[in-house]
Design a protein around this ligand. Structure first.
Ligand code: CTP
Length: 399
């Protein structure tokens, strides 16, 4: 799913290797494919089984072990978008600074054509040794990214620089260096969310039960995956995700106006908003007074934003619709898919207990143009957002 980066992660033999499973987990969670290479000494600190389980791929340990590829020392660095060596001991730093290739990891570095981040970790006296400093200087001059070790108490009891940077910091540095390009980097996503609100008079409104949680989760996840995101939202209680271009609207007409204005600049429209289908034809200018036993409001149809944009989208634009249904979900979703002219339709049954409107969870069907229907289990909306964006990446931006 998705198009994460291929990260080749070299682990050499230092006590900080115990933190590496967390690094693998962080990278995998962000949709990156991680191939781990352990030196012989690293295997004393962290087991291949742990890293294999977390990365989902066999861990490479020896030049002479064959895992499908007959020449992993050349093929893996060739396939990698980036390489990280963490922890990097004085030994591996010395070897790569001087072109020594006497095991799988050091050999791979020589065959690497992608950016390399080295994260040193060692005893503070070793780190300060002129030989190590000279080797680090060689790497720096060669354009290798170095993440300086932290200062503090080391596993050996001494104080000083040498402690490996924390996993969060390694991930942050990779992000800041632009080395972890998200699968949606460079893409522009327009997301609508929340309910629309139609005035009846200055006091009363017609609206629906949408909380906006699904749309906000999609916007937040798209940002995390590197997209530029505009969120057009009806009134909700949610704070707009940081970094989003936010447009607040109330009525279906306002949402239509904003969507039409901005849509031409975007690659993808994800219409999670629960747009009210009708509005009061002429809202009262003053508060309506009670008096009659019954009251009839004359409603007129709102524009169908999704359908109208589907009718004029460019071939390079991708449209995702949502369907909120009550019962016979698959059948109604299939009908709506055709009626709306979308590329992907996400449908849910709003009557399901603990899912949908207002809930943090959802269970959806995802329909595509080939007629395939993917059924998710009951999942947090953030996870549903990841699934939807994964499908968008696969279908709208194939490699
Ligand atoms: N939608 C829209 N404009 C409308 C109504 C709906 O753009 N006036 C969009 C929604 O944002 C959603 C999709 O169309 O992506 C389906 O919305 P839904 O409320 O499930 O269906 P409706 O089109 O309103 O049809 P019905 O209410 O008859 O099921």
């Amino acid at each position: 799913m998705g198009k994460g980066m291929r990260v080749l992660l070299g682990v050499s033999g230092g006590i900080a290797a115990y933190k590496i499973p967390y690094l693998v987990r962080g990278l995998v969670k962000a949709h990156h494919e991680v191939r781990v290479v352990l030196t012989r000494h690293a295997r004393e600190f962290v087991t291949p089984l742990t890293l294999e389980t977390l990365s989902g791929f066999p861990v490479l340990t020896s030049l002479f072990e064959i895992h499908g590829s007959s020449m992993p020392h050349i093929e893996e660095p060739f396939r990698a978008d980036l390489m990280v060596i963490a922890p990097a001991t004085a030994n591996i730093i010395g070897k790569i600074a001087n072109g020594i290739a006497d095991d799988l990891l050091s050999t791979m570095v020589l065959a690497l054509d992608a950016p390399l981040l080295v994260v040193p970790a060692m005893n503070t006296r070793m780190y300060r040794h002129p030989a190590v400093q000279a080797n680090l200087e060689i790497l720096r001059k060669r354009g290798v990214h170095l993440l300086e070790p932290g200062t503090g108490e080391l596993a050996c009891g001494e104080e000083g620089p040498g402690r490996m940077a924390e996993v969060e910091e390694i991930l942050r540095v990779l992000e800041n260096l632009g080395l972890l390009k998200g699968p949606l980097r460079g893409k522009k996503l327009l997301v609508t969310a929340g309910p629309t609100v139609e005035p009846v008079d200055p006091v009363r409104v017609l609206t629906n039960r949408s909380s906006g949680k699904m749309g906000y989760a999609v916007a937040a996840e798209a940002l995390r995956q590197g997209a530029e995101v505009m969120l057009i939202s009806g009134p909700t209680c949610l704070p707009p995700p940081e970094g989003v271009d936010f447009v607040a609207v109330e009525t279906a007409w306002e949402m239509q106006e904003a969507a039409e204005k901005h849509f031409p600049r975007y690659d993808v429209l994800i219409m999670t908003a629960a747009v009210g289908d009708y509005r009061v034809e002429t809202p009262a200018k003053e508060k309506m007074k009670k008096g009659e036993a019954s009251l009839t409001l004359h409603l007129v149809e709102n524009p169908d934003i999704l359908k109208s944009l589907a009718g004029r989208k460019r071939p390079d634009q991708f449209l995702v619709g949502f369907a909120a249904e009550t019962g016979s979900l698959r059948e109604k979703a299939c009908r709506k898919f055709t009626a709306k002219g979308v590329d992907l339709l996400v449908a849910n049954d709003v009557t399901e207990e603990g899912a949908g409107f207002g809930s943090d969870m959802n269970r959806v069907l995802i329909l595509d143009r080939t007629g395939k229907v993917e059924e998710t289990g009951l999942l947090p909306k953030s996870e549903i957002a990841r699934r939807i964006l994964g499908r968008i990446v696969d279908e709208a931006f194939p490699p």
